[in-house]
Design a protein around this ligand. Sequence first.
Ligand code: 5GP
Ligand code: MG
Length: 179
Amino acid sequence: MRSDMESILADERELSDIVCDLAERICSDYSGKDLVIIGVLKGSFIFLADLVRRIDLRCTLDFLSASSYGAGTVSTGCVRIKKDIDCSIEGRDVLLVEDILDSGNTLFNVRNYLFDKYRPASISICTLFDKPSRRTADISADYVGMTVDDSFIVGYGLDYDEKYRNLPYVGILRPEIYT
Ligand code: 5GP
Ligand code: MG
């Protein structure tokens, strides 16, 4: 798989440092609160697994699946909830954990959906990667691991056509793979 990468964006050590920093901030911000951490599947699964093990708080974990992308790399602009949360978040403080914030369309819609349907006390967003130059929706993350340019990245949970999720690092995919 390494030969499909143009370059490595973040290796295992860098990812671990990023996760530790984010966890430390989340721990101090949510100390004493009733925190529910919701992982947005599938892309966040490795990041979430590493992050929550660094968060020494009595919190609740749940998952949600929403789709905005098909097999390609262009957002369709609409989001469908494929798997809803199971636990109650009414009146509780929610932290949405996402792999990457791109156009922002997915999380903008997911956040509105959760607020309207379940009335949580608050919803914050933690994303491992942020592509602010591509943002079209009115949303920003409260916790950002790394800001990236407009290149397509894979690994550490992030896929291209359901592949590369199992890479232990994050790489920039060679454009000829997806064009
Ligand atoms: P948004 O709705 O913010 O445009 O898209 C968010 C979703 O698009 C992410 O959760 C991710 O699944 C996908 N996405 C956006 N940019 C990238 C990227 O560079 N690499 C990968 N693998 N997925 C991306
Ligand atoms: Mg995703």
